[in-house]
Design a protein around this ligand. Structure first.
Ligand code: ATP
Length: 359
């Protein structure tokens, strides 16, 4: 059974008056009820602008935004933020410092007239983010992670159709970030509330979301599940940004693609019109074998606890990265033969630098 659509963007476009290019251009996507969508991309690609348009803080120039089947923004329609049934969680938590946890959460319920209902909904939201017992504390008496949970509870309390999270974890240290990202997913899933969150952290986007929208320069480069985006990047940009893979210049010679580090065979569904291209090799797919005759050398090695990250140097001086289990323990300076399972290889057109637009 197909689930109802909670959010629909249809060719959404926004250009700020002071800018010569669009911040968001022609973005279309659909989010199913209950799903979590990550807007992922480098700084300045338009993620926050798109989120703010969904929230109702920015008007759009062209296209349309529909929430639960109702058009909330289009060139002829404007539903104000407070009537869109969206909750917002900000990067800096945005809690009121002079209000307690319970008062901050209840603030989101101003439209509820019945004080018993406000109390019940506040308690429910506080329980959802597991902050019972801290109701009477002030924000300064909480850790960063707890403050962000209060902000999440405040957004959840009115039971909006959609929660928008703008880099909610970026002000937290890494341990808290890892734990809280799981909690956010768990809380939204168990409440059955859909979410859109902005991040520039690939791992965070892949870990937390059901759908990932990868953006570049205002455009949507790819929309897919984390697995689709990781294993089948639609463009060279997605491959580089999401998987941080290695790219090795290659030239086709019969069945093989020749590179300075060896010859490789592509899986049958991979092909390129041109005879030369760049082979994409994910860091975890590179297999290393010590061989004094090999031309690739281990230049550096980082122990990451669960794995090693090897920095390799090719004969032309190019740097490649490989991630292996700690069972592969090769010292710096070792010459290594590289191999890659055929199925893991992808080929992309050679990355030619974009020509600057003529002024
Ligand atoms: P970051 O991760 O750094 O927050 P982002 O992907 O969220 O970046 P946006 O903040 O959406 O990017 O910005 C997209 C583009 O629009 C950028 O070029 C930015 O400079 C521009 N922009 C954003 N807000 C405004 C504004 N109010 N006026 C003019 N230009 C703006």
């Amino acid at each position: 059974m197909t689930r109802p659509v909670i959010l629909q963007l249809d060719r959404v476009t926004k250009q700020f008056p002071t800018s010569s290019t669009a911040a968001v251009e022609d973005v279309s996507l659909t989010l199913a009820q209950g799903d979590l969508l990550a807007l992922l991309g480098p700084s300045g690609c338009g993620k926050t602008t798109l989120l703010r348009m969904i929230a109702g803080f920015e008007p759009l120039q062209a296209g349309a935004i529909a929430l639960a089947g109702r058009t909330v923004a289009s060139p002829g329609t404007w539903i104000p933020p407070e009537q869109r049934s969206v909750g917002m969680v900000f990067q800096d938590f945005a809690l009121f410092p002079h209000l307690t946890v319970a008062q901050n959460v209840a603030f989101g319920l101003q439209k509820v007239a019945d004080s018993a209902q406000i109390k019940a909904k506040t308690a429910e939201a506080i329980a959802q983010v597991r902050l019972q017992g801290l109701e009477n504390r002030y924000p300064y008496e909480l850790s960063g992670g707890q403050q962000q949970r209060v902000a999440l509870a405040r957004a959840l309390a009115p039971r909006p159709a959609l929660i928008l999270l703008d880099e909610p974890l970026s002000n937290l240290d890494v341990q808290v970030r890892l734990r809280l990202r799981e909690e956010i997913r768990e809380v939204l899933k168990s409440a059955g509330i859909s979410g859109v969150f902005v991040t520039h952290d690939q791992e965070e986007a892949l870990a937390i979301s059901d759908q990932v929208a990868v953006m570049q320069q205002g455009h949507l480069e790819q929309l897919g599940t984390p697995e689709e985006v990781y294993h089948h990047p639609a463009s060279r940009f997605v491959a580089e940004f999401v998987t941080q893979a290695n790219f090795i210049a290659a030239r086709q010679q019969g069945q093989l693609w020749q590179t300075e580090v060896g010859d490789f065979k592509l899986p049958p569904d991979e092909w390129l019109e041109s005879e030369s291209g760049d082979l994409m090799v994910r860091q975890e797919d590179l297999l290393l074998e010590a061989d004094p005759e090999a031309a690739v050398v281990i230049r550096d090695r980082h122990f990451l606890g669960r794995e090693y990250c090897y920095c390799l140097s090719t004969p032309s001086g190019k740097e490649l990265h490989a991630r292996t289990t700690t069972a592969i323990n090769l010292p710096i300076g070792t010459h290594v033969q590289l191999s890659v399972p055929d199925q893991a290889l992808r080929i992309f057109p050679t990355n030619t630098p974009k020509l600057a637009k003529t002024l």
